[in-house]
Design a protein around this ligand. Structure first.
Ligand code: SF4
Length: 392
């Protein structure tokens, strides 16, 4: 059980995060459409040099904020050889003040999590590990091309705890081909039994162009019906609630005080600097993204040029983001802040649409001015949120 309260969603002040994208994987999972490559061996060292060069180029973007969370995601960051991950983190410390970092997360594949790996990342300051577990059924893991087995997850958790990393997050996917309501229930129970502090669970989507999408087109895999996926989600919510998890975002559950700072920064307007190919950044007004092109990214950065393309959001786009991201969380959206930040026209649009969904039982008002999805609304979240958005 967690012993410390790491943070509360409201208390962010002048804080910022850094996200570092490691776009390398040992193999490709059949459902994945993230940007990642299998070329770690030939490009890993150059890529780490480029990440540090980009941090030098862009460090001024964080001058007024304290960096309180650092997140290394992917791809598969645990594939990065230990000398390279050490060079990356120690190099970054020389460029950016990381002395205020309270949450330092690295994503890992369970079969990479050895005792040596845990000791190394712990010595670098990592205090949270997020593992892509997805399922505890070996045949499903094999079917979708995951490298690990269910048994390796328990070993990984043991290694992490032995090295002193207790803040463990587990990612799961429901609606995987071959999964049944019963087998999903067993997966959730096994995840709970490992006593992680945080669980994220996402419904499988068949992204066009992925191997899984092609398998479905050829009739080689059968999609789990939507009603069954909803039932899996209901079971997830109920079992985690019984186990003491707080449901703080549609897909995220945490023991009290253990909400992910990194995830939350996307939902509560906290600025973050994204380093690496395909990484996104946000400074409170402007979003920018680096190219999904490893060579292009490295070449530009090593020539001393920023690689990120900027997109200044319109007032209506910022409103849409606030509503879309806020309503996914248990804090919901504050109507007062919508009026203050976006004006009366947008505010009245929100109230009009919100009234309909309150009457339909999808939305409720809490503390007088906050609007939060009900249990029913969570099941219909896509359509409720779409109605409340401005959508230019
Ligand atoms: S490990 Fe993650 S990023 Fe890599 S292919 Fe699998 S799902 Fe995609």
């Amino acid at each position: 059980m967690p012993k410390i309260v790491i943070f509360a969603l409201d208390f962010f002040g002048n804080m910022a995060g850094i996200y570092i994208h490691i776009p390398f994987c040992a193999s490709r999972c059949s459902y994945c459409d993230f940007f990642s490559t299998l070329k770690l061996g030939e490009m890993g060292a150059d890529y780490v040099d480029a990440l540090l060069a980009e941090a030098r180029l862009r460090r001024n973007e964080l001058l007024t904020e304290r960096v309180t969370n650092l997140y290394v995601g992917g791809g598969t960051p645990s594939q990065l050889p230990l000398p390279l991950i050490s060079r990356l983190v120690m190099g970054l410390r020389e460029i950016i003040d990381l002395s205020h970092v309270e949450e330092f997360t690295i994503e890992a594949n369970p079969d990479d999590v050895t005792g040596e790996w845990c000791d190394c990342v712990k010595s670098l300051g990592v205090n949270r590990v997020s593992m892509g577990v997805q399922s505890f059924e070996d045949k499903i893991l094999r079917l979708v091309g995951r490298r690990h087995t269910a048994g390796q997850v328990a070993d990984a958790v043991n290694h992490l705890r032995m090295s002193g990393i207790d803040n463990i997050s587990i990612d799961l996917i429901y609606g995987l081909p071959g999964q049944t309501v019963e087998s999903w229930t067993a997966t959730v129970r096994q995840a709970i039994a490992l006593e992680p502090w945080h669980i994220s669970a996402y419904g499988l989507t068949y992204e066009e162009g992925t191997r899984l999408w092609q398998q479905r087109e050829r009739g080689e895999v059968v999609e789990v019906p939507e009603e069954q996926c909803l039932e899996m989600y209901r079971i997830l919510v109920e079992l985690l609630r019984q186990a003491g998890f707080e449901h703080y975002e549609i897909s995220n559950f945490a023991m009290p005080g253990c909400y992910s700072r990194h995830n939350s920064s996307y939902w509560n307007d906290t600025p973050y600097l994204g380093l690496g190919a395909a990484a996104h950044s946000y400074d409170g007004r402007v979003r920018s993204s680096n190219p999904c092109d490893l060579h292009g990214y490295i070449n530009r950065i090593m020539a001393g040029l920023p690689a990120n393309e900027k997109e200044e959001l319109t007032l209506y786009q910022r409103y849409d983001e606030r509503v879309m991201l806020g309503l996914r969380t248990s804090l919901g959206v504050s109507a007062e802040s919508l009026r203050d930040d976006f004006g009366d026209i947008v505010f009245h649009h929100f109230l009009r649409e919100a009234k309909r969904h309150i009457e339909a039982g999808n939305l409720k008002q809490v503390d007088g001015f906050r609007y939060v999805l009900t249990a029913n609304g969570i099941m219909l979240s896509d359509s409720v949120i779409r109605d409340l958005m401005w959508d230019e």
